[in-house]
Design a protein around this ligand. Structure first.
Ligand code: PPE
Length: 305
């Protein structure tokens, strides 16, 4: 998906011009893939742009860094303030925000301990992540031939740049085969997540989502969806799912900051009712929640001004 440039990018404490936000070709993370990042959205609200669950995203960034033994040079509060500066500087009413912490230039080799950590935060306008069609018709899913990382190989609980090599292999395979998105199975064969979204599937009226133990990222949208579902009186739980559970589920959707709540219309060409009633209700409520239109969840909005 193409990037539309904005004016400024925050780099190591300063707002720099978009085109000046460059790094050296010998930047450590470019070679070894050990960086941590986030995907966040700001939405247009009646009170100006607001970033959805910003502090929690920055806490997760810090947690990813802890898993990687990377020393974060900025506190959560500093990153929150920097994000608001970037969004404000863009003048955009809504945008996608990409913070990244990476090992910079100056060291080579696999010992990361002496490496300096650089941090950047950029934002730009980003539309429907799984395509406009996906929103109206639902997405076609394929179980990937690529297995999700194991916890003892590449910790999937950390949002690490290198983890996404696995996601990209699966994404391209699925697109080439004519599907919209891939579903990854854990090394034990359980449903894990998609290349950039968590999964919910309904069995016997219960919305089930795979746990972190199955290799899923601890999704903030997943958490938002569970809160919204409970308000509607829908039962939700973390549990293991097999591919057969997906083939016979009553309804299914995937969710993430970029993808928001996207209904699934088939898995491996087995049709799934789409959008299911719980999916439709949750997707509509999610759209209102992120825009500050649901009083109960207003605390999740962090206003830029
Ligand atoms: N799993 C993965 C693998 C993942 O990348 C994301 C976010 C999620 C689950 C959902 O997490 P959350 O956003 O907290 O609900 N994926 C980001 C997009 C990745 C990309 O660069 O593309 C996102 O949604 O921003």
């Amino acid at each position: 998906m193409p990037i539309t440039p904005t004016d400024k990018i925050w780099m190591n404490g300063e707002l720099v011009d978009w085109d000046a936000a460059q790094i050296h070709v010998l930047t450590h993370t470019l070679h070894y893939g050990m960086g941590v990042f986030e995907g966040i959205r700001a939405y247009e609200t009646a009170d100006g742009p607001a970033v959805f669950r910003l502090t929690e995203h920055m806490q997760r960034l810090h947690n990813s860094a802890r898993i990687m033994m990377m020393d974060m040079p900025y506190t959560v509060d500093e990153l929150v303030a920097a994000t608001k500066d970037v969004v404000r500087a863009s003048g955009l009413p809504s945008c996608y925000i990409r913070p990244i912490a990476y090992y910079g230039y100056g060291e080579m080799g696999l010992n990361t301990l002496p490496c300096s950590v650089d941090v950047a935060i950029a934002c730009w306008p980003w539309g429907a992540y799984l395509g406009e069609e996906a929103v109206s018709k639902g997405v076609r899913m394929k179980i990937s031939s690529w297995t999700r990382h194991d916890h003892n190989t590449m910790p999937p609980a950390a949002k690490t740049t290198g983890n996404y090599v696995n996601s990209s292999l699966a994404k391209v395979e699925a697109l080439k085969a004519g599907y919209d998105e891939a579903i990854m199975l854990s090394p034990q064969g359980f449903v894990s997540e998609c290349t950039g979204e968590n999964i919910f599937a309904a069995r016997d009226g219960v919305l089930i989502t795979p746990p972190i133990a199955a290799g899923a990222l601890e999704g903030l949208t997943q958490d938002t969806v569970m809160a919204i579902a409970r308000d509607f009186g829908f039962e939700t739980k973390f549990d293991y799912l097999t591919r057969s559970d997906l083939y016979v589920c009553e309804e299914m959707f995937v969710c993430g900051t970029a993808a928001e709540v996207s209904a699934v219309n088939s898995v491996d060409d087995r049709p799934i009712p789409c959008p299911g009633p719980m999916t439709a209700a949750i997707a509509a409520e999610y759209a209102k929640t992120v825009r500050g239109e649901v009083d109960r969840y207003k605390d999740w909005l962090e206003y830029v001004d």
